[in-house]
Design a protein around this ligand. Structure first.
Ligand code: ATP
Length: 235
């Protein structure tokens, strides 16, 4: 479904990502795991069109999307949930969700999809008229994922869903992502700092460090020790 093919991405003189290749098949859950500054966010921003690679290509459903603008990529069915839970604090939960539908024309489809999101996230339903700034961190994470779902993505990319959340809340967020995959047929590409979460939740993972892929494989075939070695760079 998605093929990131040997991309190199630079910020001026700094090479943040160097020859990275990542494949994601339809229906898969794939995790990119790595320490701070490894190039994980840069990789996601490149496939969602925010950054252009200096070298390499991004292919999606057989077509070349390298350098295509973010709006067009979103319309093709890739929805990106950025790090940091950007909600509009003064707008209500409902208004925040409706922003996710701005590019859709099908009003009745939108209503049905909002109902579906509220079924997945009952906490949001309880707080639908409250300003998003009043939600807890976990609820805001649910809101940004819910908002992303309203573009009806085929592939959803989530940047560090567990950042700053209590373990129980993180379990809940991952349970929902798993249900979306199984029940709605979504494909997941998730960035994580936690090797444990990556091993528990993904079908396959890529360890990124210093801008390069150090290890890749099926989580079922990898030990925590293998992943940690690659993550920390122990020989
Ligand atoms: P984190 O977990 O901290 O978000 P990451 O693996 O997502 O880390 P990136 O954010 O992709 O890493 O950063 C990769 C490298 O690129 C780092 O050295 C970072 O300092 C640098 N970098 C990131 N964004 C920019 C930018 N806008 N301008 C210049 N350098 C940047």
């Amino acid at each position: 479904m998605l093929k990131i093919d040997n991309i190199t991405v630079r910020y001026g003189q700094l090479t943040a990502v160097r020859g990275v290749s990542i494949d994601v098949a339809e229906g898969e859950s794939v995790c990119i795991v790595g320490p701070n500054g490894a190039g994980k966010t840069t990789t996601l921003l490149t496939l969602s069109g925010v950054l252009s690679p200096a070298e390499g290509k991004v292919q999606y459903q057989g077509g070349d999307i390298t350098g295509v603008n973010p709006e067009k990529i979103a319309r093709m069915g890739i929805s990106h949930v950025p790090e940091g839970r950007h909600v509009f604090a003064l707008l209500t939960v409902e208004e925040n969700l409706k922003i996710g539908t701005a590019m859709r024309q099908d009003r009745s489809g939108v209503e049905a999809d909002i109902d579906l999101v509220l079924e997945y996230f009952p906490r949001l339903k309880e707080r639908i008229k409250q300003p998003a700034g009043k939600l807890s961190g976990g609820e805001q994470q649910m809101l940004v994922i819910g908002r992303a779902l309203l573009t009806r993505p085929k592939l959803i990319t989530v940047d560090e869903p567990s950042l700053g959340l209590a373990p129980k809340i993180v379990d809940h967020v991952y349970d929902i992502l798993d249900r979306l995959r199984k029940e709605e047929g979504m494909t997941l590409l998730i960035v994580e700092q936690s090797t444990k979460r990556a091993l528990e939740n993904a079908d396959r993972l890529y360890v990124l460090r210093s801008g390069s892929v150090q290890l890749e494989g099926r989580t079922a075939d990898l030990s925590a020790e293998d992943v940690e070695r690659a993550y920390f760079g122990f020989d």
